[in-house]
Design a binder for this molecule. Structure first.
Ligand code: MEV
Length: 419
């Protein structure tokens, strides 16, 4: 089916059309268009073909002490247990002084691909020789960024092997200050592409930022005292869980996914491009073979020391961070003053999330906690309301049967009993 001119319609008209085609009830249409507090006219300007807004739960992770400052971390996520796990790990890290962090600089890489370059080495030389002029040209794009201390700071030229032979790739290194920076970087790449193209004797093709933000690295470290986390056995269990991820990409993907459970939830809450952070994280972990983003060691005292190193290309200005009123409120809850602080908090959150997952997996497993929450969801879907939800969920968990049919059966019995 081709819907021509769909994008030109108003939100209401689009919704009416979709409702007509797929048979949405007036109630369903109403829910789409007024699901939350993101004004529909704002949503309509954020993306294309808008027919509504979509809500997710927003939770707050507690107990985080990061570089001596207390944080409440807003997290938007559909998965049960994640917020609780982060808060729990942060509580344990607190006993060891909390999280300590480090950050490189908010520097993004913009790539300019040069093709049909006959003499790549000469091209590289000429581009580097004219570096100052290229940087100056790039900085003409964004005088405000430059005034704030940001802008294009450096340039590197790589020669890569491709199926089309050697290719020259120019990297603009751009300090984007408190923005995520995609717009600033992409604009600069497009602006200087003709110059580097000319200097290379080739042709510029792609001009786009790299999500592998190796110059925008956040690090965090935490001490988990053995007596706080459950003793030597737990320390050993976490170490072996980490060793598993280190040795096996199948486990490593899940290990890193757990880290991103926390970080992406914070990115969504703050209106950031969580796909960019995910891409950067997995790209970074794959630089020397796919490896865990966290590492663990045992100190002289027998305690566990966890560290994380991850690129975080997140901003507190620009994009949806300011357009979405909920993202603005979440930034206020978080209380960060710069993209650097956001990156530091993200790293700490990722480490907390990972430690919590490994500890749970190496001890009782994660299913009990998950199942309790899952059971509540099933109870709600089966029609349970108010106090019925917990009662139905409890019986399902106890019986080990977390299923819709069983939930309905319990509910019917409960209601019959209470008449
Ligand atoms: C689930 O969303 C995340 C975990 O699988 C992470 C992990 O296995 O480390 C629990």
């Amino acid at each position: 089916m081709r819907l021509s001119g769909f994008y030109k319609l108003s939100v209401e008209e689009r919704l009416r059309k979709v409702a007509e085609i797929v048979g949405l009830s007036p109630e369903e249409s109403g829910m789409l268009i007024s699901s939350g507090t993101l004004p529909i006219e704002v949503a309509d300007r954020m993306i294309e073909n808008v027919i509504g807004t979509f809500e997710l739960p927003l939770g707050v992770a507690t107990n985080f002490l990061i570089d001596g400052k207390d944080y409440l971390i807003p997290m938007v996520i559909e998965e049960p247990s994640v917020v609780a796990a982060a808060s729990n790990a942060a509580r344990m890290a607190r006993e060891g002084g909390g999280f300590f962090t480090d950050f490189t600089a908010p520097v993004m890489i913009g790539q300019i691909q040069l093709v049909d370059v006959k003499n790549p080495e000469s091209a590289r030389f000429e581009i580097l020789r004219n570096k100052a002029e290229i940087i100056e040209k790039a900085n003409e794009c964004d005088p405000i960024l430059v005034k704030l201390g940001g802008g294009c700071k450096d340039l590197e030229v790589r020669i890569i092997d491709s199926i089309y032979g050697k290719m020259v790739v120019v990297h603009l290194l751009v300090d984007v200050r408190d923005a995520m920076g995609a717009n600033a970087v992409n604009t600069m790449c497009e602006k200087v592409a003709p110059i580097v193209g000319r200097l290379s004797g080739g042709r510029p093709l792609l001009r786009i930022l790299s999500n592998l933000a190796v110059y925008r690295i956040a690090r965090a470290k935490a001490l988990f005292k053995k007596e706080v986390i459950g003793g030597e056995e737990v320390v050993d269990g976490v170490m072996k869980a980490y060793a598993f991820a280190e040795a096996d990409p199948f486990r490593c993907a899940t290990h890193n996914k757990g880290i991103m459970n926390g970080i992406s939830a914070l990115m969504i809450a703050t209106g950031n491009d969580f796909r960019a952070i995910e891409a950067g994280a997995h790209g970074y972990s794959a630089i020397k073979g796919y490896k865990p983003l966290t590492k663990y060691e045992i100190n002289d005292n027998g305690d566990l020391v966890g560290t994380i190193e991850i690129p975080i290309s997140a901003g507190i200005i620009g994009g949806a961070t300011q357009v979405n009123p909920l993202a603005k409120i979440c930034l206020k809850i978080l209380g960060v003053k710069s993209s650097e602080e956001l990156a530091r908090v993200s790293a700490a959150l990722g480490l907390a999330q990972n430690f919590a997952a490994l500890r749970a997996l190496a001890t009782e497993g994660i299913q009990r906690g998950h199942m309790e929450l899952h059971a509540r969801n099933i109870a709600i879907m089966a029609g349970a309301r108010g106090s019925e939800i917990d009662r139905v969920a409890e019986i399902m968990v106890k019986e080990g049967k977390i299923r819709m049919d069983f939930a309905k059966e319990i509910l019917t019995k409960l209601r019959a009993k209470e008449g």
